[in-house]
Design a protein around this ligand. Structure first.
Ligand code: SF4
Ligand code: SF4
Length: 301
C-alpha cells in the first residue's frame, strides 16, 4: 500500500509538469455534478492548517440567503442535476440563517429528489450541538466531532508549491482530486473550481469568483491556475489515507503565505471595516439573478 502511494506521488510530480500537461491536458477537472457551499467563514474552532484560513485570518463573513436562492433558481432553470450538495464553512451552523438556507436548498431537492444534501459540521460545543437538533429532515449530517484545534490528519495547507523550486515547472491548471471528488464550490465570493480555492481568494483578494454558475464547458482553469499555486494540497494531488502520512502537529507557512496574511491583516485594519461591512462589500459585486419559482411540473416523481 505504502509503495503504491509512493509510485502515485512520483507520477503526480511528472504529471503536473507543463510539458506533460501540454500533451495530456489537466490531470483533474472540476466537478459538474457535485458542489460544496461555504455558507460562512465564522467558526467556533481555530484548527491548525485550516484550509479555509479560519485560524490564520478569522472573519465572520457569511453568504447572503439571496446567493443561495439564486443558486437554487439558476440550477433549476438550467436543469442542473447535482448528485451532491454539501453545506459547510467555517462551521455552517454558525450562520445566523442556517436553517432558512437549508430550507432553500431543500426546495432544490424537491425538484431533484435524488440529490444528496449534506451538512458538514465540526459538532463541537453545546451551541453547535443544539443547532444540529434543529436541522430539517432531508438533510444528512456529516459530523467530524472535532474536540480541539489540533487535527493531525490535516495536510500542510500553507506550504505554497509556488514557493518551492521543485514546482517551478508545474502547470497549476492540473488542480487536484478535491475539485473533482469533493466538487466545485460556491462561497460568499462566488463560484470556484473548489471551496479551498475560494478560501484562498478571500485572502489574496483577486476576486476570481464567478458571479453565476459556470457553463458545463467551462473548466474554470484561470482560477485553478492562479489559486492552486498557493495550495498545499496541490503537492499530493490525491487523497492519502491517514495511516500512511505523518501526523501534522504544527502549522508551517511558506513565505508567500506569511506575506499574504500580513497584507490581509493590514488591509482589514487600514480600511477600518467591521466584518459586516466587509461582507456587504463582497456581496455588492454580484448582480442578483431573478429567483424562478419551482413549478409543479418540474418536480420529479
Ligand atoms: S472546524 Fe473546520 S472550518 Fe473550523 S477552524 Fe477547524 S478546519 Fe477550519
Ligand atoms: S490544489 Fe487546492 S485549490 Fe487547487 S483544486 Fe486542489 S484543493 Fe482546490
Amino acid at each position: 500500500m505504502r509503495f503504491w502511494y509512493r509510485v502515485r506521488a512520483g507520477y503526480r510530480h511528472l504529471r503536473v509538469l507543463r510539458a506533460v500537461t501540454r500533451v495530456f491536458g489537466a490531470q483533474y477537472v472540476r466537478s459538474r455534478d457535485r458542489i460544496e457551499i461555504d455558507i460562512t467563514y465564522a467558526c467556533n474552532l481555530r484548527c491548525l492548517n485550516c484550509n479555509r484560513s479560519i485560524t490564520q485570518a478569522p472573519d465572520k463573513m457569511h453568504m447572503s440567503r439571496a446567493m443561495i436562492q439564486d443558486f437554487v433558481a439558476e440550477s433549476i432553470a438550467r436543469g442542473k442535476r447535482w448528485s451532491t450538495i454539501r453545506i459547510l464553512g467555517g462551521e455552517p451552523t454558525m450562520h445566523p440563517e442556517c436553517i432558512r438556507i437549508l430550507e432553500d436548498v431543500l426546495q432544490y431537492k424537491r425538484w431533484h429528489p435524488a440529490c444528496q444534501v449534506q451538512l458538514v459540521t465540526n459538532g463541537n460545543g453545546k451551541g453547535v450541538q443544539a443547532m444540529l437538533k434543529k436541522i430539517p429532515s432531508g438533510i444528512e449530517i456529516e459530523n467530524s466531532a472535532k474536540t480541539g484545534n489540533l487535527q493531525p490528519s490535516f495536510g500542510p495547507f500553507n506550504l505554497a508549491p509556488a514557493d518551492d523550486p521543485a514546482y517551478r515547472h508545474a502547470d497549476y491548471r492540473n488542480g487536484c482530486a478535491v475539485m473533482s471528488e469533493c466538487g466545485m464550490a460556491l462561497t460568499p465570493l462566488g463560484y470556484y473550481p473548489c471551496a479551498v480555492a475560494g478560501g484562498i481568494d478571500r485572502i489574496e483578494g483577486n476576486r476570481l469568483g464567478h458571479a453565476h454558475l459556470p457553463a458545463d464547458d467551462d473548466d474554470m482553469l484561470e482560477a485553478a491556475e492562479r489559486l492552486c499555486r498557493l495550495c498545499g494540497h496541490f503537492r499530493e494531488g490525491h487523497f492519502i489515507p491517514e495511516h500512511l502520512r505523518p501526523p501534522t502537529l504544527e502549522q508551517k507557512l511558506s513565505p508567500t503565505w506569511v506575506g499574504l496574511y500580513q497584507r490581509w491583516r493590514e488591509d482589514k485594519k487600514a480600511r477600518r471595516m467591521d466584518d459586516a461591512s466587509r461582507q456587504t462589500e463582497y456581496q455588492l459585486r454580484f448582480q442578483r439573478m431573478p429567483v424562478a419559482p419551482v413549478r409543479e411540473q418540474e418536480v420529479e416523481s
